[in-house]
Design a protein around this ligand. Structure first.
Ligand code: SF4
Length: 379
């Protein structure tokens, strides 16, 4: 995780209305030179200033299309800002208002650990392995995957990508049964996706980067079809079976809708499982007076509840499941980053080196060939 120096004291003396007025004013001054992106899990205080809201990949693609936008301020986490820089044009600069806004999941797969794992797994395996990385990973891990003939995936297209990976390494290659897949860095998305495709749990093993050789024997690698990296999202792992049972015991007809970063046990007991975009669409299209208990980040759940007052929307958990790192991007840091821009100074620039950018882009493009992305919503 990167370290953010504390802001000068003058920023903590500003009231919320002063911060909001200031941000509006800086946005006006910067005009079309600036685009602000807000991830779905971002707090409302900040989202109100976003020009586009969406998930990380779609936001990055949208920002890259805003050719006049010299500055892309990403109100998300570090790997998202890296993705924006990978896709941005050379004239565009990406800014993360607080450098300590990292992602616990992306941090669980360091490139050194991934390279060490690859060395062991490819030696132990009797057939080729296709690496796949969820977009919630560092640029270095994406580049590793691109270099080794693998694609990225999102929670929306993981099924399609995983099926392809098991059929060979290039989109036009014929289906074959001779491939394994290693899925980085979220074991839950990997397990839930493979299981939904009909693969039994026995066909999967978990590689633990904290253990020598991942805690696996070579014959376990040979017998497995899927190698799941031992990583998880610290938000979605907070949902558990007891919460599902508590909702089921309520008198109202709650439909339980969860994100596939939740554990297999939770997903198996839920009524519906799908990506952030799927969750948003499902609630939007649901009939009035329907009941929804949702297993995903709490800011998104609260926003859905506000936007759909005719429906009953609540978190699956009784506790606050929030992305604490994304929460570090607050009004003060946004104000500070924009104020400096109006003064001609770029702070917290996120820059991926050219070599890494090239190979990460290869992994992203490989995914997009398989599953073209949909546009994001402008506010
Ligand atoms: S919600 Fe989970 S996966 Fe998403 S940024 Fe936060 S920690 Fe990372």
């Amino acid at each position: 995780m990167l370290y953010q120096l504390p802001l000068p004291p003058k920023y903590s003396q500003l009231s919320e209305p002063q911060l909001c007025d200031g941000i509006r004013n800086f946005k006006r001054q910067l005009g079309r030179r600036l685009v602000i992106l807000g991830h779905h899990y971002q707090q409302d205080d900040v989202i109100q200033f976003a020009d586009f809201t969406g998930d990380s990949l779609k936001l990055s693609q949208t920002a890259a299309k805003q050719k006049d936008a010299e500055f892309i301020v990403f109100c998300g986490v570090h790997f998202m800002a890296e993705s924006a820089d990978i896709l941005a044009g050379p004239q565009q600069t990406v800014i993360l208002p607080d450098l300590s806004a990292g992602c616990s999941m992306a941090d669980m797969a360091h490139i050194d650990q991934v390279e060490e794992a690859w060395e062991f797994l490819t030696r132990a395996s009797d057939i080729p392995i296709t690496p796949i990385t969820y977009v919630n990973s560092s640029a270095a891990v994406k580049a590793f995957v691109g270099r080794n003939e693998g694609p990225c995936c999102t929670s929306s297209n993981a099924k399609m990508v995983l099926e392809w990976a098991l059929h060979g390494a290039e989109p036009d290659s014929p289906p074959c049964d001779g491939h394994k897949a290693i899925f980085l860095p979220d074991q839950h998305l990997g397990r839930n996706t493979a299981y939904a495709l009909g693969w039994p749990l026995e066909s999967m093993v978990v590689y633990d980067p904290k253990q020598p050789e991942g805690g696996l024997r070579p014959e376990q690698v040979r017998d497995a079809r899927f190698i799941l990296w031992k990583g998880h999202c610290s938000v979605h792992q907070l949902f558990n079976v007891q919460q599902v049972e508590a909702i089921r015991a309520m008198p109202e007809p709650w439909t339980i809708l969860v994100h596939p970063e939740c554990s297999w046990e939770v997903c198996q007991r839920a009524d519906l499982v799908g990506s952030t975009e799927y969750i948003i669409r499902t609630v939007r299209e649901a009939p009035s007076d329907s009941y929804w208990a949702i297993g995903t980040e709490v800011h998104l759940v609260h926003r859905l509840a506000q936007q759909h007052g005719d429906k009953h929307v609540r978190s699956l958990a009784g506790i606050q499941c929030l992305c604490t790192t994304m929460y570090r991007i607050d009004l003060r840091h946004l104000y500070w980053a924009l104020e400096r821009l109006t003064q001609g100074e770029v702070v917290n620039c996120i820059k991926v080196d050219d070599e890494t950018k090239h190979w990460a882009r290869v992994a992203l493009d490989r995914m997009l060939q398989l599953a073209p992305a949909q546009p994001v919503s402008a506010k």
